[in-house]
Design a protein around this ligand. Sequence first.
Ligand SMILES: NC(=O)c1ccc[n+]([C@@H]2O[C@H](COP(=O)([O-])OP(=O)(O)OC[C@H]3O[C@@H](n4cnc5c(N)ncnc54)[C@H](O)[C@@H]3O)[C@@H](O)[C@H]2O)c1
Length: 354
Amino acid sequence: MELTLGKRLRELPGPILVTGHTGFKGTWLTILLERLNIPVIGLSLQPEKDSLFDRANRTGVIAEEFIDIRDIAAVSKLMSKYQPSAIIHMAAQPLVLESYKTPRDTFETNVMGTVNVLDAAFKTNSVKAVVVITTDKVYRNDNSGRAFMETDPLAGKDPYSASKVGTESVVAAWQQIAKVSSGPKVISVRAGNVIGGGDWAKSRLMPDLIRGFMSGGPIHIRNPLSTRPWQHVLDPLHGYLLALEAVLAGAEFPCLNFGPNGESLTVKEVVEIATAVWPIETVIEFGDESQNNLVEATNLQLDSSNAQTLLGWKPFWSQEDAVIATVRWWKEISNVDSTSAEASLFDINGLLEG
Ligand SMILES: NC(=O)c1ccc[n+]([C@@H]2O[C@H](COP(=O)([O-])OP(=O)(O)OC[C@H]3O[C@@H](n4cnc5c(N)ncnc54)[C@H](O)[C@@H]3O)[C@@H](O)[C@H]2O)c1
């Protein structure tokens, strides 16, 4: 099958640098890029045990370096060594609850780490475009349930969200630097809670559910009535690649949202869909909503009409299908015949073959 997605990226002289390639989204992205025959290199911290990267035996599969993005000398050295044509920057401390425990580290990685990546990119002539991954949590959230547009005001409530608003400010500054003194195109992309096979992070709904399904132990669920724009991880990744191709082709936009279609599902609805796919006798305890509102925003929706109009992007999975695909992935790898990489390729081929 001829792959139309990624045609422009295959023609670039240098590889795509993916920061955060050992993470959940980074592992899916590098498997997708490989499937599209696009040369890729990775920059991250060492992989975590039981992560998708670890489960899929990804160490050494692509050229990679385990360095800290807070180390500007190491980041610059890597860029001059590999001369990437474009960068997808997703390395970050991405967890809200963790950011309350380590706010300083979160800001250092998410803000100064992005400064380092952009500073090094602007000094490496090979780099033509940088896509910086932020989040739907950058929007000033009044919990009205209104879908946010790219032009809405930004303000982060918790340390993670605030650090990503900082990331957005860094992006805006380097967009201005590019205008004044020329340099790579820089855009930010904002997606919501992604789900999919292999996410094992602490305090995220799907990993918490899967851990409970596998162990049979009780599952504690925070914020049952909160809504999130749940989407399959491949949907925003597909969007990031289309956005990168568009800016390389000369399109002008500073940022884009990539959210799912339809009303966001509540946490409780997601739990019900998942337990229908993996029925198991286990106790599900729902937390006290009033306590949790203090630490995490409760209602989030994104308006992705710009991505649909400018890029022709649209979600491949409905929110319900994304939950089903995630649980199915885990059921498949529980079966010894299917590896994590094979289960991921099944979903990638579903996306590419439509
Ligand atoms: N997973 C989600 O639901 C979600 C939602 C919105 C936005 N995002 C954003 O997407 C990106 C990827 O998220 P994820 O869920 O894959 O996270 P993850 O925790 O699975 O992966 C994080 C990656 O960043 C790397 N990293 C962290 N600190 C680093 C440092 N100091 N130096 C070098 N590398 C470092 C890690 O090694 C890892 O590869 C992040 O920017 C996150 O904020 C994620």
